[in-house]
Design a protein around this ligand. Structure first.
Ligand code: ADP
Ligand code: MG
Length: 697
């Protein structure tokens, strides 16, 4: 403990924590590990949770119904394994002479959290069963026993580090609040606070740490959640505004003549949705600043042709186009589609692949540089960066969902910027698209091409396997084709290939003995993959045993059957992508899942998949079940993580913040006004680097 007297200088926001009473050098070092250096940092060190002591009961005072809290010591921990991934963890908690049993199903890993003699604070709904009180899946916190718990309060629970106790952090935060919370500057203009019913920061901060009630905690949290999301959306809106106003692009206007010339090449009429999408894209491309548009639509909704339209519009203006696909299989497929469409035109295509000889690549690059080649196609990895376009007008990125904002900047370094059209691999939940692609305008294809058949999906018990294969064979004999999907079993491609070959051998010598079977997986060379795909497309092979190589984009209309092994290993978005492969033609599709679904979550996921064919709906289900992790791993999208907001939980606030952010930058471009200065600075400080916003300021 450091000795401080009343004569120490007053604590300012910037005062290093070690000068706070009760801190000292050693504790300051521990706090530094948590990123806390100053009194201000303490104020903004948000609790990760709260101990709810507002309804703390004795076990003898419990009742069924309301949410209650109980304090007691761990008497006994037992874990019963019931096989098939099922288990029950029981923790017996004692309070003087009374006992309560806390139960957790299928979470065996929680066992290590509990030790005999620990004091626990359990919150949940109590149930009386067989003369005993129990709580199922209660919220549980290990309580620091040295500390006496004040009744009737919500206490903050902070993230800690080894050597630092909860009560120390509480004490220091309390001190920081008492000495300098009133010095913290307001972020929003007063009128803005009123309009949006936000607590002023000086009132909200103390309530966030030491709430006087649930209601005031909620109000305080709302203020900071809103603030955090608004800052993010402001950064995205500033970025968007910058792209729209400061950057130049070739204006590629659509005329009636160009429109007719493009449509003449198409083998079918566009759907109403495709026409709408084309109109939005053409309007963007006609302007002298770069388009930044996301085209999303369910699997098979016909995004490709919309992109081709945009590409041909650029080519009509003698601008070059680059189309980037996520895999080489897809890149080659695009080349074929385009070659078919452009058979009668003079447009020249160039395919850049990783397997080309340096010589071939040099040749292509020379032709791109001279402008002889108008449309360049390749994988993102191969194309990004160093291709010497002579007049690049449009960049199309197909099936992107793995990365967001930062990578798109890769090609933008000449004075004239290309237009951007990004297509997503999968429908994404709205809150995610508004964040990950928040600076993009969004076009959504809602209808699908006519005559599209639904896919029937089954999730039968193991015993019915034979029946499925019988059905599979019947359809093959009718002339259809099918996929058998084998999951990634392990990080190693070798193991995966072995697994795949085993399935292949098994089928080739068993259920599908009489049929021609092909194989495709990640260990094949691009050429081998290509010929495997071609053999399947041409019908030489009837069944393709594959890994998720076929997941995205592959388009073989006659393939209507799909068996997915180990379906529990796939996420919903991925399953939906897979199933999308068999809804392409005019015959109905049949998809059968075989799974060893060990958890409730997996069962729920697979059941949701069986009953819905709607990718947007499934994306929302996945998001609700598993959170944003898959889609929005922080490492993937390149934005710093959120500190208090949660995209799944706070979806409504995301919408609100996005709308408000756009209104703000529309009313005050660049946020130049004095009372927006702090908002602007916060957006730049937090996101300037990841969004390359530096030049805005
Ligand atoms: P995705 O949106 O998944 O990329 P694709 O662009 O591959 O879908 O289109 C799926 C299939 O629908 C393709 O075979 C394509 O030729 C066909 N298609 C697209 N638009 C139409 C249309 N307007 N009429 C008929 N068929 C169409
Ligand atoms: Mg596609």
């Amino acid at each position: 403990m450091s000795r401080t007297s009343d004569k120490t200088p007053p604590v300012e926001l910037g005062t290093p924590v070690q000068f706070l009473k009760g801190c000292g050098a050693q504790r300051a070092e521990l706090l530094a590990r948590l990123g806390i250096a100053t009194a201000r940092d303490l104020l903004f060190f948000f609790p990760r949770d709260y101990q709810d002591l507002t309804d703390l009961r004795g076990i003898d005072q419990l009742e069924e119904g309301p949410l209650l809290s109980v304090l007691g010591t761990v008497e006994e921990v037992d874990l019963a394994d019931r096989g098939m991934g099922r288990s029950v963890l029981g923790v017996l908690v004692r309070q003087q002479r009374d006992y309560l049993r806390a139960l957790w199903f299928n979470q065996p890993f929680l066992r290590d959290k509990f030790k005999r003699g620990q004091t626990l604070l359990l919150s949940g709904k109590a149930k009386h069963r067989a003369g005993r009180w129990q709580m199922i899946h209660p919220h549980v916190q290990v309580v620091d026993t040295e500390q006496s718990l004040p009744k009737g309060q919500l206490l903050p629970v902070y993230p800690l580090t080894e050597g630092l106790a909860q009560r120390h952090v509480r004490q220091l935060v309390r001190r920081a609040l008492d000495s300098c919370a009133d010095k913290i500057e307001e972020v929003f203009p007063t009128s803005y606070l009123d309009q949006h019913e936000l607590l002023p920061i000086k009132a909200a901060l103390p309530q966030l740490h030491f709430p006087s009630s649930r209601e005031s905690l909620e109000q305080a949290r709302r203020r900071f959640i809103y603030q955090e999301l608004l800052i993010l959306q402001l950064a995205l809106a500033l970025n968007r505004q910058h792209v729209e106003q400061a950057l130049k692009a070739f204006p590629l206007e659509l005329t009636a003549k160009i429109d007719a010339r493009i449509r003449r090449l198409f083998p079918f009429e566009l759907t109403a949705g495709q026409n709408q999408a084309v109109a939005e894209i053409a309007a963007d491309m006609g302007r002298g600043h770069p388009m930044n548009r996301l085209l999303q639509g369910d699997v098979g909704s016909g995004k490709t042709i919309v992109a081709v339209y945009a590409m041909l519009l650029a080519v009509a203006h003698a601008a070059q186009v680059v189309l980037m696909a996520s895999t080489e299989v897809l890149a080659r497929q695009h080349v074929e589609t385009l070659e078919r469409l452009l058979a009668g035109s003079h447009t020249r295509l160039g395919l850049l692949t990783g397997s080309q000889t340096p010589r071939a690549r040099q040749d292509l690059l020379a032709q791109i540089a001279s402008g002889e080649i108008q449309i360049v196609i390749g994988t993102q990895a191969v194309v990004a960066g160093e291709v010497p376009f002579s007049r690049l007008g449009l960049v199309v990125i197909d099936e992107q969902h793995k990365f967001g904002v930062r990578q798109r900047a890769a090609l933008k370094n000449s004075a004239i910027h290309p237009h951007y059209l990004v297509m997503t691999a999968t429908p994404i939940p709205r809150t995610i698209s508004m964040t990950l692609f928040g600076d993009l305008d969004i076009t959504t294809l809602k209808d699908s091409p006519p005559g599209r058949q639904n896919v029937h999906t089954y999730f039968p018990p193991e015993e019915e396997r034979a029946r499925w294969w019988e059905f599979f064979r019947k359809k093959l004999r009718e002339g259809r084709q099918g996929y058998v999907i084998v999951p990634l079993v392990d990080g190693s491609e070798q193991v995966q290939a072995a697994n795949l070959e085993e399935t292949y051998e098994h089928l080739a010598n068993g259920e599908l003995e009489a049929f021609r079977i092909g194989l495709i997986h990640g260990r094949l060379t691009p050429d081998e993959k290509h010929s495997a795909m071609e053999a399947f497309r041409g019908g030489q092979t009837q069944v393709l045993v594959a890994t998720s190589v076929v997941e995205v984009g592959v388009d073989v209309a006659n393939a209507t059957l799909m068996a997915i092994e180990g379906a529990e290993r796939f996420g919903l978005a991925q399953l939906h992508q897979l199933r999308g492969r068999i809804s392409r033609g005019s015959f109905p599709g049949y998809c059968c899942l075989f799974a060893n679904a060990g958890t409730d979550e997996a069962v729920e996921r697979l059941k949701a998949f069986v009953v819905s064919n709607d990718g947007f709906h499934l994306a929302e289900v996945d998001f609700a079940l598993r959170g944003p992790g898959d889609l929005l791993g922080t490492r993937q999208h390149g934005l710093p993580p959120l500190r208090i907001a949660d995209l799944a939980r706070d979806a409504a606030v995301v919408e609100e913040a996005r709308r408000d952010a756009r209104l703000l930058v529309d009313a005050d471009p660049g946020l130049e006004q004095a009372d927006h200065a702090l908002l602007r600075r916060m957006a730049l400080v937090r996101y300037g680097k990841s969004l390359k916003l530096g030049d805005v300021g």
